[in-house]
Design a protein around this ligand. Sequence first.
Ligand code: KIV
Ligand code: ZN
Length: 524
Amino acid sequence: MTEQTASAAQSDSRDRVKIFDTTMRDGEQSPGASMTLEEKLQIAQLLDEMGVDIIEAGFPIASIGDFEAVTEIAKTVENAVVCGLSRSGKADIDRAFEALQHAKKKRIHTFIATSDLHMEFKLQMTRDQVLEQIAASVAHARSMVDDVQWSPEDATRSDHAFLVTAVQTAIENGASTINIPDTVGYTVPNESADIIRMLKARVPGIDAVTLSTHCHNDLGMAVANSLAAVAAGARQIECTINGLGERAGNTALEEVVMAMRVRNDVMPFHTGIDATRIMQASRLVSTVTGFPVQYNKAIVGKNAFAHEAGIHQDGMLKHAGTYEIMRPEDVGLTQSTLAMGKHSGRHAFKAKLEDLGIDLGQNALQDAFVRFKALADRKKEVYDDDIVALVDEATATASAERIKLKFLRVICGTEAPQSADIILEIDGKELSYTAQGDGPVDAAFNAVNALVPHEATLELYQVHAVTEGTDAQATVSVRMREAGKIVTAQSSDTDTVVASCRAYVHALNKLLVRRQKTKPAVAV
Ligand code: KIV
Ligand code: ZN
């Protein structure tokens, strides 16, 4: 290696920011955002393919579901480090290790709170006790894996002198990444940078570890705070797809990645992320959680690349750079154009999916194609967004479901009562029922409830049109809660009642899976 290339490589690694995705851990802590094992495996595969450095797959001691998810993700991820979260107790750390044992590259992430408020009221521990716990937990994790990350929870509200001692203790006991969480989304950009600089100046041995930033968005500053921390020397950003996460969410992966790319002149850092997979990841997480992406959300919102004002459209036609700081295709977005009609064949459909950056397995592809043909028969114009919605539907039903909707007919209109005739296939056996309700959706749900009795409550019922026009598909999201377990499901169809009923049935199927797993409570 010449001196020049050696120094280029050195500057390259100095400016490289690792992306630590916590969509399946902190993201899943968002109320209602629970994901099944199959869904988590799909997300993990996509994150791995798009170049995420570390995937925090869950909190293994929190539930059997989390343990299984971390275990299975650890077995399948090819390139990324797979990480499991644990509190500072030995049982937590052992459980994290057990779940991670098959990972090619594994990391244990252990944490304890360091702010006076948390130590006094939540932990009821003195500073000395917390320091002892840090030493013991990090040393124990390090006795099992080489890659240990430690986080002082509520770091941004912690006393600086104590934070320095706590971080030093973690490093002395073997932590190789120190993550600084803004647990309650309280910090501001200059303070976020100051904490990183302060630690770099005061903690012996800090240069040998990676400093990381983990920001919550309660004041809408998570992305700005993360980027400020990087400017001050952090080299890992913890983030989630679509900014999913506790309360107002976490730093959005797509925003920090694109900010560092588009404004590389003022933020000369780079990541290993293939940005063209961003839209695909955003759609997948939105579908799986049932959390719609707000229309004006940076990078992945429906309107992020839409130009409505005449003066903007005129400028765009003359030179896209007039109003566009990045190209839609940079983040994997193709224009929503007229896609295909009922004469389009399987090859054209497959090519369209490739254009949209969608890669389906053979079975899901066949299922999506059948749905496409049925849709093209009913709907004059099939747009890209329609295709994305029907692929989401095919993905949602890819796993074997015990309850299937076979038939639905409703009677509705100005004259009550509205009613629904329904046939469900339950564990291979067809059962029918007719129910009345306050409107066709209520009637259909009542019929399902009669055939599948349950204690779950409907927490969310939401409908949105995929495209324009009265023949547009409706995407229906349903969220249900049963004995503390929350599931979310979606379905799309040109018939809103059919989409509603399918979404409801998908949710019940997910609850059936969840019922088989007990969930020990964990307080964090
Ligand atoms: O916000 C937080 O403090 C966390 C820690 C567990 C890292 O999520
Ligand atoms: Zn967090």
